[in-house]
Design a protein around this ligand. Structure first.
Ligand SMILES: Nc1ncnc2c1ncn2[C@@H]1O[C@H](COP(=O)(O)OP(=O)(O)OP(=O)(O)O)[C@@H](O)[C@H]1O
Ligand SMILES: [Mg+2]
Length: 475
């Protein structure tokens, strides 16, 4: 019942209530949390969602039905979010009194909040969305909601009333990008108002109910100094990355899912000179460049009729006609690899992109296979030549088994010997062991005193700094 009516209301509803920090305050600032993550004495992060009993859910369901019978959704939709919230709170308080429900003041307050969230916002997701320390929210059907905090995935006690409530919320999310989700179109990518990236897949494709994956948007993106503080990179490593970013090296950031590729790319872009014209191409705009001269482009999925799609390749190719000085591709996953490499090769040095691979070598073979699979009939020798001529540095990110994120390699692409691409690690992270569930290791330079981008560094007047960082990183 709620499903249909709520959908009707949602079409004109005052969209979404902004996340309310009061719902569940983050336990601590993200920076501090990560610092604590490294400190052996720090308590492990806990899932701070108020415990709800089955009885609570039953009462909530009764009150909710009574509310829906009483309230005029169309009228509610005309109110602004705060007034609508007030209105709902008044009616719910009245229902609680009439029905003679026995509840403590605290329980009543959380019930009021929950119901407001259900009607106006993203329901049970709201307290999770309000928390800044959560990186991902993963909803596998109505009763299983996982979150990722400090690199660790944890099950929460958040539940939806049933799959239809969850589907409703999915519908509300995708309606913001002008889409509907149903059996005939069961997959959708969308974005929340705060910029968080969302993927929805529903039955029959998702067998156990609507499945929602949210990558929370961090308003304050991590900076290289933050990564340094968390131990993701050593201070010397950070200096090397800074020089790489500044000296217009062509960089591929490689890493697994959620390993911190986009974050790292964003950090590298911080060292781009403010005078440079930068064009970014992304599937969902996540990068936050601080330079004044940035053009941000975003791909577009096809509409319901399967038309109007603008692919990453279209964007990158168009970019070349926009007089870019640097091109930044959020994620390279297909034939756009060819265009990015060409751009890198033809005067747009300092271009960067991320790709999904578990080691620098794998990143190279992924690049090659993306070009081969993109239908370019080039011999593999030519493709490799192209890769060698374009990519200067591969920076590898990884999420280790203890959930911490590290930059594990800074690797240079040197050239080709026969059929093989020659690379050289400048800087690596070595795992030395494990202590109380935490991976212990250290970053060190491999002893190369003159990297291949030395001349570049000299051209930008940073060779002394580079030499110093490399030697301080030790052997
Ligand atoms: N070095 C780090 N230390 C702690 N947290 C990090 C670090 N790097 C990234 N994160 C956090 O991890 C989450 C995932 O990061 P990010 O989006 O950069 O990963 P990704 O590899 O681009 O993911 P995807 O494969 O989904 O695109 C974010 O919440 C981000 O803030
Ligand atoms: Mg990413």
């Amino acid at each position: 019942m709620f499903g249909k009516r709520a959908q009707g209301g949602v079409a004109e509803a005052p969209s979404v209530a902004p996340p309310r920090p009061a719902a569940a305050p983050p336990p601590s600032a993200p920076v501090r949390r990560e610092a604590e993550e490294r400190a052996p004495k720090a308590p492990p992060p806990t899932v701070q969602i108020a415990e709800r009993s089955d009885e609570y859910y039953q009462i909530k369901s009764q009150i909710f039905s009574a509310l829906i019978d009483t309230i005029d959704l169309a009228q509610l939709a005309r109110l602004d979010v705060d007034s609508a919230r007030e209105e709902i709170r008044d009616i719910v308080s009245e229902i609680i009194t009439i029905k003679n429900v026995v509840m403590s003041i605290a329980e009543q307050e959380s019930l009021l909040d929950d119901i407001c969230n259900d009607v106006l916002g993203y329901g049970p997701l709201e307290p999770l969305l309000a928390r800044d320390d959560i990186a991902d929210i993963m909803v596998n059907g109505a009763n299983r909601v996982f979150i990722e905090v400090s690199g660790k995935i944890q099950l929460t006690n958040v539940r939806f009333r049933d799959n239809s409530q969850l589907l409703n919320i999915c519908q509300r999310i995708v309606s913001q990008v002008g889409r509907r989700i149903d059996e005939s179109s069961p997959i959708c990518d969308a974005r929340l108002l705060d910029g968080s990236r969302v993927n929805v897949i529903v039955p029959p494709l998702a067998i156990d109910g609507p499945t929602l994956t949210i990558r929370k948007f961090k308003k304050d993106k991590l900076k290289l100094s933050d990564l340094e503080r968390f131990g993701s990179i050593s201070p010397e490593g950070a200096r090397i990355l800074e020089i790489i970013g500044h000296c217009r090296c062509n960089v591929i950031v490689s890493g697994g899912t959620g390993s911190g590729k986009t974050t790292l790319l964003n950090c590298l872009t911080a060292f781009i000179d403010t005078t440079e014209r930068v064009i970014t191409c992304e599937d969902a705009a996540e990068l936050q460049l601080q330079q004044p001269h940035v053009v941000r482009l975003e791909t577009r999925p096809p509409n319901l009729e399967g038309q109007g799609e603008i692919t990453m390749r279209d964007l990158v190719r168009n970019c070349l006609r926009m007089r870019p000085e640097r091109i930044i591709v959020g994620e390279v996953r297909g034939p756009e690899a060819f265009d990015l490499l060409q751009a890198m090769n033809t005067g747009h040095d300092g271009s960067m992109g991320t790709l999904h691979a578990n080691s620098p070598r794998e990143a190279l073979s992924r690049l090659e296979s993306m070009i081969t699979m993109g239908g370019f009939s080039l011999p593999s020798k030519t493709i490799r030549e192209m890769i060698c001529g374009s990519v200067d540095v591969i920076v590898q990110a990884a999420r280790l088994r203890d959930g911490s994120r590290r930059i594990t390699h800074i690797t240079e692409v040197l050239g080709q010997e026969g059929d093989v691409i020659i690379t050289q690690d400048l800087f690596v992270y070595e795992i030395e062991g494990e202590e109380a569930g935490r991976v212990i290791g250290r970053h060190r330079s491999t002893g190369i005193a003159r990297p291949a981008f030395w001349d570049r560094a000299r051209y930008f007047g940073r060779e002394a700094e580079l030499a110093e960082a490399l030697s301080a990183a030790g052997g």
